[in-house]
Design a protein. Structure first.
Lengths: 291, 125
């Protein structure tokens, strides 16, 4: 039976934990709104970019002369996995879900006898891989100092990936991030970024009269790295929103659990107190009767 | 001519401008071109330079943005410019650009020199 004092201390400690989780939940809710707004504001650009890519794709046939970002290297021996996670923990299953999906892909590729390289954006997904596949990690991008993800940050990541690709370090690149569905559900997602998966262009006849300046191939060559940066940017924004959503849900249930715990502890505390009082009374009464 | 052109300027982070205007002059890689309502559909990449927006028909340029490279798309609906970075020309700090330009020249960074020279030209024009 724990003593009254230790019970009281327990309750105080759980109460202060509850205060922290509650505050974190509210902060996450506010940040979630901002992250959602940022994702919303970025949408017109990525929508237009996708439309342009689609209309270009319907005009250009992928051949050996096509830009390598589109056509690939013709091999698929070396894979690069770009895993985006957050810089902070306490976000429920957010980071581990991304890491789990990345690990499944990693094991699958290794099982097929491929060579795999790993790159991390944000450090939280790095830890589980650093333990088991340290030799495969080729780079980590630190996002700790970045408060709100800007396009420049995404571009830096994309440029790094493109530079590695041009240097022939890998043949295929996948991007891992968490798609924001709602504050309650986030879905870990895998997206192939190199070679670029072009949307099937079904509108070839509709805009056949469009003039291209310079020609389609040069525009495409110019656009592919940009498109990559846009995809990375979108992934980072989705990730930011998912992280906050996930943290909000996690902290909400933590607050509720703390509340339950406080109730249980209070009941035990009151029972123990009553028992002690009863015991004391019995002692006094039986003492008085003995006289 | 009362017809107006639907013009949209978007950067990856947000939509910077959306308006109905008379004409927009865009610095394409193969030369500047003006876009008026009813322009034939086209796509062009943009070199670093200023786009000029003419709100009134035949009037002077009312708004100018410096575009750091990007992409212009003219459709039947209007003109969309996808710019990686765009700054209103009025907001360009000429002195800061000059110092950056000097730094780029000593470093021999050709891309930065071209970009900053275009920026300077846009600001002083």
């Amino acid at each position: 039976m724990p003593s009254l004092k230790s019970l009281k201390m327990r309750i105080t400690s759980v109460k202060s934990t509850q205060k922290i989780t509650k505050a974190m939940k509210m902060v996450a809710a506010a940040k979630l709104r901002r992250a959602q707004e940022a994702a919303e504001a970025a949408r017109p650009y990525s929508v237009r970019m996708a439309a342009v890519m689609a209309s270009l794709a319907s005009r250009v046939t992928v051949g050996p002369e096509s830009p390598r970002l589109l056509a690939g290297t013709g091999k698929d021996q070396v894979h690069l996995l770009v895993v985006c996670s957050s810089e902070r923990g306490l976000a429920g299953g957010f980071n581990s879900n991304i890491a789990k999906l990345a690990r499944r892909t990693l094991d699958e590729l290794l099982g097929q006898g491929k060579t795999v390289k790993l790159m991390f954006v944000g450090k939280k997904a790095r830890a589980p891989f650093a333990r088991t596949h340290k030799d495969l990690i080729v780079g980590t991008v630190d996002m700790a100092h970045i408060k709100n993800v800007g396009f420049a940050d995404a571009k830096a990541v994309a440029d790094d990936v493109v530079a590695r690709f041009e240097a022939g370090e890998f043949d295929v690149a996948h991007l891992f991030f968490s798609t924001f569905k709602s504050a309650l559900t986030q879905e870990p997602t895998r997206l192939q970024i190199i070679p670029a998966a072009l949307p099937a262009g079904g509108t070839a006849g509709a805009d056949a009269s469009v003039e291209y300046e310079p020609d389609e191939e040069s525009i495409l060559a110019d656009l592919l790295p940009k498109n990559l940066a846009v995809q990375v940017f979108r992934a980072l924004l989705e990730n930011a929103a998912s992280e906050q959503g996930s943290r909000m849900t996690a902290m909400d249930s933590a607050t509720r659990n703390a509340g339950d715990m406080i109730n249980k502890l209070s009941i035990t505390y009151n029972r123990t107190r009553q028992a002690a009082i009863t015991k004391e009374l019995i002692e006094i009464i039986s003492g008085a009767e003995a006289l | 001519m009362a017809e107006l052109l639907d013009f949209e300027l978007v950067s990856p982070e947000r939509r910077l401008a959306k308006a109905r205007v008379a004409m927009v002059v865009v610095p394409g890689v193969e030369g500047d071109f003006g876009v008026l309502p009813g322009h034939a559909p086209m796509m062009s990449t943009i070199r670093p330079g200023a786009i000029a927006i003419h709100e009134a028909d035949g009037g002077p340029a009312t708004q100018r943005f410096f575009i750091d490279g990007g992409f212009a798309e003219v459709t039947e609906i209007g003109l969309t410019i996808l710019a990686e970075r765009a700054t209103p020309v009025a907001d360009i700090d000429v002195a800061a650009v000059a110092t950056q330009l000097a730094a780029a020249r000593t470093a021999g960074d050709d891309a930065a020199i071209a970009r900053l020279e275009a920026m300077q030209a846009a600001a002083t024009n």
